[in-house]
Design a protein around this ligand. Structure first.
Ligand code: GLU
Length: 326
């Protein structure tokens, strides 16, 4: 009898250095890391900095410092290298360009001249999808060959299929979506020539051998867009885990308006990582109270199914408690 090799479990932490990382980011990264490390998985750190106008250089080093302070480690990343280097998206643009060229050979990609205003004005009552107005298809008659005759800037838009897709999310269960009806054709190459998130993330996850993608559930609709891309490239998709976000007392996604919840502030104030881990472990249902806990202990109590399926509300009172302000 021959024993078949277990396919390797590989996941990634993929922060966008567009600002400081906060308690919400810490919670999602912690879950992603524990999910991998409790099952002998490899961890990759990838810096998603292609959104250049918003990227802040100081934020790259800060995210590394934040994650290390929290006790997370990785086998591959910009600071430690590895077989899939480089681990910073702006250094991987040739790979995205090659992927775009591949798709141009099919008919699933077309140049799109529309501006945001064009899209908003194209229909008096725009068809609303899962994430806002659906692209009305103004340029969908075009083909890649048309670019020869186009003198204005254009984006590359991916033509989604009208099939109904199903994703077996490892946390939230079965999700269904018909991309043509609920998402619409989406941009994978921006007008300024840079790749869009949807393309970069799929190209990277495939190239880096990622088998498990764990992230915030705001990206669940994007998982369907990414599934369409995996199909177009004939690549196997990873398993997905979409976990609820951390929100402020007003129920909106944690952001600056909710006051300070930056990890760097905790570090600078000398708060121990175990205090934050205790709060996060409590929020995930791994311990009954918010007592400080070591990362090694969390490896023994981690359980995806204990995490509440509703967003975690980070109040000012919890922040004050964390900071030991009475
Ligand atoms: N870079 C994205 C973020 O920070 C995550 C993208 C992903 O995990 O696919 O929100």
């Amino acid at each position: 009898m021959t024993l078949s090799a277990q396919p390797q479990l590989v996941g990634r932490l993929a922060p966008s250095p567009t600002g400081a990382q906060h308690v919400g980011n810490a919670r999602t990264f912690l879950i992603a890391w524990l999910s991998l490390r409790t099952r002998g998985g490899r961890v990759i750190l990838r810096i998603e900095d292609i959104d250049s106008p918003r990227v802040k250089l100081w934020a790259v080093q800060q995210v590394i410092d934040d994650l290390q302070w929290l006790g997370l480690d990785w086998d591959e990343g910009p600071d430690v290298g590895g077989p899939h280097a480089p681990y910073v998206q702006t250094a991987r643009v040739t790979q995205y360009a090659a992927a775009l060229e591949f798709l141009k050979r099919g008919d699933q990609l077309y140049p799109c001249l529309c501006t945001r205003t064009d899209i908003a004005e194209a229909a008096s009552a725009p068809h609303l999808g899962l994430e806002g107005p659906i692209y009305p298809g103004t340029c969908s008659h075009r083909t890649p060959a048309d670019i020869e005759s186009l003198s204005t800037e254009y984006a590359w838009r991916f033509r989604v299929s009208d099939q109904s897709l199903q994703i077996e999310d490892q946390f939230s269960g079965s999700a269904h979506c018909t991309p043509a009806k609920e998402l619409g054709d989406f941009v994978i190459g921006k007008k300024d020539g840079t790749p869009a998130y949807q393309l970069a993330v799929v190209v990277d996850d495939h190239a880096m051998g990622v088998t498990e993608v764990c992230r915030g559930d705001d990206l669940l609709p994007s998982a369907f867009r990414q599934r369409e891309l995996y199909e177009a490239f004939h690549w196997p998709p990873p398993k997905f885990i979409h976990v609820p976000l951390v929100v402020g007392a007003d129920g909106r996604r944690l952001a600056k308006r909710h006051g300070d919840t930056r990890i760097s502030v905790l570090r600078e104030q000398g708060v121990s990582p175990e205090r934050l881990l205790g709060l996060l472990a409590w929020s995930c249902g791994w311990q009954a109270d918010r007592r400080p806990v070591a990362i090694t202990e969390l490896l023994t109590v981690f359980d995806l199914s204990c995490i509440p399926s509703v967003p975690f509300v980070m109040t000012e009172a919890l922040w004050r408690e964390l900071m030991e302000i009475v």
